[in-house]
Design a protein. Sequence first.
Length: 138
Amino acid sequence: MWCLAPSPSANLHAMSDIDVLLQEHRKFPPPEAFRAKALVASPRLAEDAAMDPLNFWAREAGELTWSKPWDTVMNWTPPHATWFEGGELNASVNCVDRHIHGPRRNKAALIWEGEPGDRRTFTYWDVYREVNLAANML
């Protein structure tokens, strides 16, 4: 039988090397062609995220519809992070329901293409209606 636990005489220095992996300082800028097509071209978004990441993500999460607001934005206990502890949200509400009350109601939410080239576009209202029909059948 094999034992994967370190022996008492294991090199403790090797274990501390793992801590080094918890910090990353390299940057990987996107290619210029990709950057030119980006929906958000402002570098301010990246600057905001870098300067105060917790406030940035709290602000971004505030754009979603929460059934119960979070207590803590992030709890970081290396190597684990938990986000928006105590908060509850419904994926269906955020993907479909919240859009039917605003200007996206009649915008394409889903575009389906079949094998022979047939195509059907569902607006947010169409998806909402179809989901409710399926739920009523259940």
